[in-house]
Design a binder for this molecule. Structure first.
Ligand SMILES: NC(=O)c1ccc[n+]([C@@H]2O[C@H](COP(=O)([O-])OP(=O)(O)OC[C@H]3O[C@@H](n4cnc5c(N)ncnc54)[C@H](OP(=O)(O)O)[C@@H]3O)[C@@H](O)[C@H]2O)c1
Length: 190
């Protein structure tokens, strides 16, 4: 099983903040959902998303970084600095498809971002075909930030895929003074 998972400000397709390299929402229920979906899986992420995780990475999950710059453990130590962790796997973009084919025989895989990596999956047919589900938390708030990171390819998923709303909810957003925000968790599938 290969799942892609993200939260998105669906009206503007915003998934991140370029200036801080952080998420744009922090909704406890959504973070719990992310934890449930990714625990005991192999998480594949772009280098910047790895750098945005808490130091030490996330427990009970294998961390795989997609990077064309990191080729050796020495590179990883130098580039990732204090974020470097043991048991890290890194692969270049051109090896990603083969890696997923092999790894998915032994583990469930979660593609956890960021925009560059998601976008690549949504554009590259071979990679897109490997994805079983996309779980998108579609949040009804446009964050007020100067340099949003956008995932434009999200906008036509409803035309490309089958989909079902698996949860409709509202939660406090810690990045917006704990104001209540509405969201739908949508599963996209072939
Ligand atoms: N909303 C969400 O659910 C969610 C999830 C994750 C992240 N985010 C947010 O997204 C932002 C980071 O996203 P991002 O797009 O800037 O970075 P990213 O995809 O996390 O990482 C980009 C880096 O990964 C490698 N890479 C990944 N895909 C590549 C591609 N298609 N082509 C070439 N290299 C590729 C490159 O590494 P090298 O430079 O080392 O070669 C590239 O610089 C942050 O704000 C983060 O908080 C949001």
């Amino acid at each position: 099983m290969v799942n892609m998972i993200y939260s998105i400000s669906f009206k503007e397709n915003i998934v991140g903040d370029r200036d801080t390299n952080n998420l744009v929402f922090s909704i406890s229920e959504d973070l719990q959902f992310f934890k449930k979906m990714t625990t005991e899986t192999t998480m594949i992420m772009g280098r910047k998303t790895f750098e945005s995780l808490p130091t030490g990475g996330l427990p009970k999950r294998k961390h795989v970084i997609v990077s064309n710059k990191i080729k050796t453990f020495e590179d990883a130590k130098e580039i990732l600095g204090k974020k470097y962790i043991e048991n890290l796997t890194f692969i270049s973009l051109d090896k990603l498809e083969d890696y997923i084919k092999e790894e998915s025989k032994v583990a469930n895989i979660s593609i956890i971002g960021g925009a560059m990596l998601y976008s690549h999956f949504l554009k590259d047919k071979n990679l897109f075909d490997l994805v079983t589900n996309i779980y998108a938390t579609e949040v009804d708030r446009i964050p007020e930030i100067k340099n949003p990171v956008k995932l434009m390819e999200h906008s036509n998923l409803k035309e490309r895929c089958n989909f079902e709303i698996i949860k409709t909810g509202q939660g406090k957003d810690r990045l917006d003074d704990n104001n209540l925000v509405k969201y739908n968790v949508v599963r996209y599938f072939e």
